[in-house]
Design a protein around this ligand. Structure first.
Ligand SMILES: C[S@@+](CC[C@H](N)C(=O)[O-])C[C@H]1O[C@@H](n2cnc3c(N)ncnc32)[C@H](O)[C@@H]1O
Length: 296
């Protein structure tokens, strides 16, 4: 798609924001106004306060060029987080790349559920396993919240592991996190001593037939490996749940993110794997999003 016309080096910042917001809204981009502001800030190297301070200042030649490039990408429905190369999750900044899912605010509910289950015991040396670590959002958020924990993150995509590694390092967590590039936990299962107190997973859970109907931001820019849950969306749960049952310490717990309407099926898979205690947590939109399971 062609970049929006109507701004150049002399265009005042506020007018450029309105032009861009209008063009994004017309192209069907959700949150057009917010995105226009974020892209303008990035193009000019300003924060929001800086933008507000001098709305009448001209973009300048470099600012106008940078904004034009970013606008063209957003009009092609590339998510703003990917254009900026980073996303905020659980109060920290995560580097993104094509191989890693853009972490979603709903997934923060999983962190909340785990911390509620941990209660006052935040200082314990928890052993954490994150199956399908992606950008490392969950693993980093849990390690940052549990200062004596040690975590292992697994992903089938080597490039996702590299991004998670970079995020662990950027957040000073590398000494407490290890990444394994593997098909779920196969290498850990080979080691009989490996046991975890907390196992988390936000696996791919979109039914294959629904992928073509997803918003372009997701369908085009999130990796297929992070989305595709097979014919009924449940393939990854069928692999992850028995693995988690084998690797969980007796008093431990599992927290899984689920897709809308998958609660009953995932609950049945957990029950079949001997998880006798199972509880749901709703997300910000009131949808059953997380299931916490224990052996008793
Ligand atoms: C929905 S993403 C979740 C990423 C991250 N945990 C988050 O919440 O943002 C699912 C992740 O599972 C990984 N994955 C898919 N199949 C896998 C497999 N067989 N073994 C290990 N990881 C897999 C994908 O590469 C992707 O990073």
């Amino acid at each position: 798609m062609a970049p929006p016309s109507g701004f150049d080096a002399n265009t005042p910042r506020d007018r450029a924001r309105r032009i861009l917001s209008g063009a994004l809204a017309e192209a069907g981009v959700p949150s057009a106004d917010l995105d226009a502001r974020l892209l303008l800030c990035a193009a000019l190297g300003l924060d929001h306060a800086g933008l507000l301070r001098d709305p009448g200042a001209p973009l300048g030649a470099r600012g106008a060029q940078a904004l034009e490039r970013m606008a063209a990408r957003r009009l092609a429905r590339e998510p703003t987080s990917r254009i900026l190369g980073a996303r905020e999750f659980w109060g920290a900044r995560f580097h993104l790349g094509p191989a890693a899912l853009d972490p979603r605010p709903d997934t923060e509910t999983l962190v909340e559920v785990v911390l509620d289950a941990v209660g006052a015991e935040t200082g314990r040396a928890w052993r954490i396993l994150d199956l399908g670590v992606g950008s490392g959002a969950l693993l980093c958020a849990l390690l940052a919240s549990l200062p004596n924990a040690f975590g292992v993150g697994v992903d089938l995509a080597p490039a996702a592991c590299a991004i998670a590694d970079r995020n662990l390092a950027a957040q000073g967590l590398q000494g407490r996190g290890k990444l394994i590039c593997a098909d779920w936990a196969a290498p850990l299962e080979a080691r009989s001593a490996a046991r975890f107190d907390i196992i988390v997973s936000n696996p791919p859970y979109i039914s294959r037939g629904d992928i073509a109907r997803l918003e372009p931001e997701v369908r085009i820019y999130d990796p297929l490996l992070a989305l595709d849950g097979g014919e009924d969306g449940l393939d990854a749960y069928r692999a992850v749940i028995p693995t988690a049952a084998r690797l969980l310490a007796p008093e431990g717990f599992v927290a899984l993110e689920i897709g809308q309407g998958q609660g009953k099926d995932v609950d049945a898979l957990l029950r079949d794997a001997s998880f006798s205690a199972r509880n749901f947590r709703l997300d910000l939109g009131g949808v059953e999003r997380i299931i916490l399971a224990k052996f008793a």
